[in-house]
Design a protein around this ligand. Structure first.
Ligand SMILES: [Zn+2]
Length: 420
């Protein structure tokens, strides 16, 4: 972990950090009384769990300021939104209503597609919840889904409901809107790309495609490449803090230093893989100090500086969630990222969903294309047997991916923890 980045952040934000530690009820358990904070002391602060944020909400953040809370919500100065995670880890957030307007321009400095442009037209292809367009269900017109420079393309609860007419409508809207940036959920973009392929349609290209909202598999990144003139870039964020890391034009996933500090803290037993822990002062109603995201990242300690010149932490690869870790026969953790890497060795797989059960058996369901046959299935079984160092592996084909209630997709499910 880059010590200097922590030192610098704490030095620059010392007074805001101290104020939050003393004022916000959720941090009272730390009983922090010093009037000074440095990098070493900061690294000793306990981590904040999702449960700490949800328990007693909103008074764990606005306690003592109840009347201010009611007044600001009523006047529309503050808004309450819900995160878009899978149902078990969704949380509520209070923030200033102009939060996005404040932070969006500062985050956009991390990719050149936004440089020297007063405004950038961005099309969004994702779940209704992620695009904050729940009320659009089914019928909203183009104009109703246009929010300034942002156009929300999808209007279905799940892409399983898309028919030819819906896919044609979305393509026609991309032509009409001509976005410079397309920000997409990996599964949603893959599905419309598959549809285009089936119909022999060449997808309309944007200057840049950003993959966001969920884990992007290697296959989905490859499909997204057909929609971009300059490449496919990763954007990692969470509702609690907005965008936290973003690929620059050179494809390096930079942690974004604007009002936010990213630490990668050791987790489990995989070399150079750790949990993404963030400190975000962007939202002064709910400042998050050493907040556990539950997401894993791979870092390269010997990483050369990026040619773009941006400083700070670079994440090599996102590895999926801690809740998506599975275990091999030696009890070594296997990340969603490793499963994805293994599956991508086999041609013909469009999507996968893996389940590890209590007996440690591994069941992999795959949605395939015409290049997948019995030989591929055997090869994939062999790859997984080697990955998990065991033979209780079963590969079956699925007609389609099953979404969660929120329209996202869980690629790994496990009903066990590591054995003692
Ligand atoms: Zn860079």
């Amino acid at each position: 972990m880059n010590q200097d980045v922590v030192e610098k952040f704490v030095f620059e934000h010392e007074s805001d950090l101290l104020a939050a530690l003393k004022r916000i009820p959720v941090y009272q358990r730390i009983s922090f009384s010093d009037n000074h904070l440095d990098g070493n002391r900061f690294r000793e602060l306990p981590l904040l769990n999702k449960q700490d944020v949800t328990q007693g909400f909103p008074f764990n953040f606005v306690g003592g300021r109840e009347s201010e809370f009611s007044e600001k919500i009523e006047k529309g100065t503050w808004e309450i939104i819900e995160s878009s995670g899978t149902s078990s880890d969704r949380i509520q957030i209070i923030r200033n209503a102009n939060f996005r307007e404040i932070w969006s321009p500062r985050i956009r400095e991390y990719h050149n597609v936004y440089a020297n442009r007063d405004s950038v037209r961005e099309a969004l292809l994702t779940t209704l919840n992620c695009s904050r367009a729940q009320c659009n269900l089914g019928v909203a017109t183009y104009e109703e889904r246009l929010f300034g420079e942002r156009l929300v393309l999808n209007r279905s609860r799940t892409p399983a409901l898309w028919d030819d007419a819906e896919c044609e409508r979305m393509l026609a809207e991309i032509e009409r809107f001509s976005p410079q940036v397309l920000t997409a959920h990996p599964v949603y973009l893959s599905l419309i790309d598959q549809w285009c392929e089936t119909k022999g349609i060449i997808p309309p290209k944007s200057d840049a495609v950003f993959m966001s909202y969920d884990y992007a598999t290697r296959r989905s990144l490859a499909r997204a490449g057909r929609w971009s003139r300059s490449g496919v870039f990763r954007s990692y964020g969470l509702t609690e803090a907005f965008t936290v890391a973003m690929d620059c034009e050179h494809g390096s996933l930079h942690a974004i230093n604007e009002g936010c500090l990213v630490e990668i803290l050791p987790y489990g037993n995989i070399p150079n893989v750790g949990e993404i822990v963030i400190t975000s002062l962007r939202n002064d109603v709910m400042p998050l100090i050493r907040y556990r995201t539950g997401d894993l990242a791979l870092i390269d300690p010997a990483q050369a500086p990026c040619p773009c010149g941006r400083s700070g932490l670079v994440i090599q690869r996102l590895e999926g969630r801690i809740s998506e870790l599975t275990f091999d026969s030696d009890n070594q953790s296997v990340t969603a990222g490793s499963v994805d890497a293994a599956v991508s060795e086999c041609d013909g797989v469009e999507f996968f969903q893996l389940e590890q059960r209590g007996d440690r058996s591994v069941a992999l369901g795959v949605v395939v294309n015409e290049r997948f046959d019995e030989r591929q299935r055997q090869a994939l079984s062999g790859i997984l047997r080697r990955l998990y160092r065991q033979s209780n592996v079963n590969v079956t084909t699925l007609p389609e991916m099953s979404p969660t209630r929120t329209g996202k997709f869980k690629i790994i499910t496990r009903s066990i923890g590591p054995s003692a």
